[in-house]
Design a protein around this ligand. Sequence first.
Ligand code: COA
Length: 377
Amino acid sequence: MAHYAHIIGWGMAVPHRVVTNHELAQFVETSDEWIVTRTGIRERRIAGPYESTATLSIAASEEALAVAGISPRDVDLILVATVTPEHLFPSTACLVQDALGATKAGAFDLLAGCSGFIYALHIAAAAIRSGMHQVALVIGAETLSRIVNWRDRNTCVLFGDGAGAVVLKGSDMPGGILASMIRADGSGAELLIIPAGGSRFPISESAVRDGCHFIRMNGREVFRFATRVMEKATREVVAQAGLRLEDVDLIIPHQANIRIIETAAKGLGLPMDRFFVNIDRYGNTSAASIPIALCEAVQQRRLNPGDRAVMVAFGAGLTWAAAVVQWGAPQARLRPPWLERLKRITLYLPAQLHSRLMRFWRHLDARLSRILRQQGE
Ligand code: COA
């Protein structure tokens, strides 16, 4: 039985299409100045017709598996945290499992709003530490552009699309996920909700007419809740790990609003340079926000082996969650950008051909990773 769950691979995927605040201002009454000063967002990625929560999840997972040097056949648990699944059922996780060829994995979706990725990490780490699972693929993925009302300036300026994934593996080496916590308060359910489309209010003509199939949010109340729990959850999880705030090298907060992050920093008495921020380029990508930020923190060498990072999020439910990770994984192999572009182009091929090419690519990539790791050992 492994005593620790380590992150040994990571990957992200975002749509190509960048939508700036200026573009939004052309069809909704807003301005770049308003959005930047109130939220910190300058642009976001929006999925094209061939991109979806599953395709982004698959691309991020392929990258994470390649970094880990793990074959999909060795994965025995797949969790997709999302509020924008492909369907109500089957789960997006099952579609990802099939596309990857992870024939030995159980797969399910997890819905915990923007806290979803940390919820999934918490569950996967516990499953690994209990000995029930050996290798887990934990994904946070969203296509929020499909559920926002593009005429509602209160919400449409905030959200974006993307996915991030990590591979978790058991080990006896101390490190990895040092502590994690998940919390919920359903009394705030109405503050952030899609009223229709579930079993309570099935989709109907009148529901669509009233826009009940879109995100509805009480921004001010969510803001108040977020600033309260970000600081509290960070303090709680750091203490649970037996650490002090000074021992934390980097905080990776949910990227919802720069002012929420600044308030948390002030409350914790930490400088802003201890926080990883990329909200300006992606907006709020819900469950994908933390794993995308984690990948970029590694790419930018803000997170290095031996560092301790806190991930902290809040979201619909209401939910909040936090985790402390001791980074111990090898540095990511850098791939030439043209290769990534080539992979993206295959998305436009017929599904069967795309899937075959991807299988071939994964096979090559896993082999190459294994050879490189053996050389490094
Ligand atoms: N462009 C221009 N004006 C806008 C606007 C936009 N995109 N969106 C709202 N406004 C207007 C409002 O209509 C309001 O006008 P009024 O005073 O005439 O009624 C005014 O701006 C101020 O609204 P207010 O709600 O006070 O703004 P705010 O400073 O609280 O910022 C949010 C609004 C949504 C950015 C902020 O409340 C927030 O980030 N909340 C948390 C949301 C969140 O994180 N959600 C996801 C959780 S995972």
